[in-house]
Design a protein around this ligand. Structure first.
Ligand code: ARG
Length: 261
C-alpha cells in the first residue's frame, strides 16, 4: 500500500474525478482504517513511499500484475500516471521480483485491468488496456486469458466491474461490458452473478478477498448478503474519499503474495 500523503484530484482522467474534490484529512483516516483492517485480518502489509506530484500513486494495484515472483509492469495510457511505474518497479526489484515489461506501444494497467480467476486471467480492454495486452499476457505468463471489453467510462478498469469469488462464482456489472463479452462470461463462468446498479456504482466489485473474508466498501447490503450466503465473512470499510478519484479498496491494494492473504 501507499500512504495518501499526496493524494488529491489534480487532473481528470475518468468521469469520477473533479479537481480538488478530496477532503485530505478524511482520506487519511479512511486509508488508515483500511490498513488497520488488513492488520486485524493478519494480512501482512508492505508500504511504498509516496511521491509528491503523483496523486494516484496511492492506487497500488495499478502499476503491475504479479504472478508468483514475477511482475509485469504497467504502461499507463495517461501521461499523468506514467511516472508512478519506476517507483513501483524499483520496489519490486528490491523485493526480489523478476520485472517484465510490455512493449511501449501496448498499454496495460496492471492488477486494475487484470484479475486472476484460479489459474486463468481476466483481462480488460477497450478503455485503458490495449487489445494487445491480452495476447502479451498469455504469451509471457503462459496462462489462459479471458479478454473482456469495457464500454462504460465509469467502469474504466476491470476491477471496478468484475469480482471473481471462487472457481464457480464471479460477480459482474453487466452494463460495463460489451454484449460479446457478456456472452463469453456466460459461457465461461458457471455461476455469474450481477451486481445491482447502485452497488456497482458504490464500488462493490472493488473488494479484496482473503481465504475467508471479503473486505468491501460500506453500504453494499445486497452484495454483503450474497457474500454471507457463499460463506464469506464480510468486513466493511469506508473509502468513499477515494471513489472521488475513481478508486476503491481493491485499487488501494497491490496484492504481491496470495499466501499473505
Ligand atoms: N484516478 C485513477 C485513474 O483514473 C484511479 C485508479 C483506480 N484504480 C483502479 N484499479 N480502478 O487511473
Amino acid at each position: 500500500m501507499c500512504e495518501p500523503h499526496f493524494f488529491q484530484v489534480q487532473y481528470e482522467i475518468n468521469p469520477w474525478m473533479k479537481l480538488g474534490s478530496i477532503d485530505k484529512k478524511n482520506a487519511g483516516k479512511q486509508w488508515v482504517s483500511l490498513y488497520e483492517t488488513y492488520l486485524k485480518l493478519e494480512i501482512a502489509v508492505d508500504l511504498i513511499k509516496p511521491q509528491a506530484g503523483l496523486p494516484d500513486m496511492v492506487f497500488s494495484a495499478d502499476q503491475g500484475l504479479v504472478k508468483e515472483k514475477t511482475v509485469i509492469c504497467s504502461n499507463f495510457l495517461y501521461q499523468e500516471r506514467r511516472k508512478e511505474v519506476p517507483y513501483y518497479e524499483n520496489w519490486y526489484q528490491q523485493n526480489d521480483f523478476e520485472v517484465k515489461k510490455m512493449p511501449e506501444t501496448c498499454f496495460f494497467e496492471g492488477a486494475g485491468e487484470s484479475l486472476w480467476w484460479e489459474d486463468k486471467l481476466f483481462v480488460g480492454k477497450g478503455q485503458r488496456n490495449s487489445k494487445e495486452a491480452s495476447f502479451r499476457l498469455k504469451e509471457v505468463l503462459g496462462v489462459e486469458v479471458i479478454s473482456l471489453e469495457l464500454i462504460n467510462p465509469f467502469f474504466y478498469h476491470l476491477d471496478t466491474c468484475l469480482f471473481p469469488l471462487n472457481k464457480e462464482t464471479v460477480f459482474y456489472y453487466p452494463k460495463a461490458f460489451s454484449p460479446i463479452s457478456v456472452k463469453s462470461l456466460r459461457k465461461k463462468v458457471p455461476d455469474l452473478v450481477p451486481f445491482e446498479e447502485k452497488e456497482a456504482f458504490n464500488f462493490a466489485a472493488n473488494s479484496l478477498l482473503t481465504d475467508h473474508h471479503a473486505v468491501i466498501q460500506t453500504g453494499n447490503k445486497d452484495f454483503r448478503r450474497r457474500l454471507d450466503s457463499y460463506g464469506y465473512k464480510t468486513v466493511e470499510v469506508d473509502v468513499s474519499e477515494f471513489s472521488k478519484a475513481g478508486g476503491g479498496i481493491h485499487c488501494l491494494t497491490g496484492v504481491i503474495a496470495e499466501s499473505s492473504l
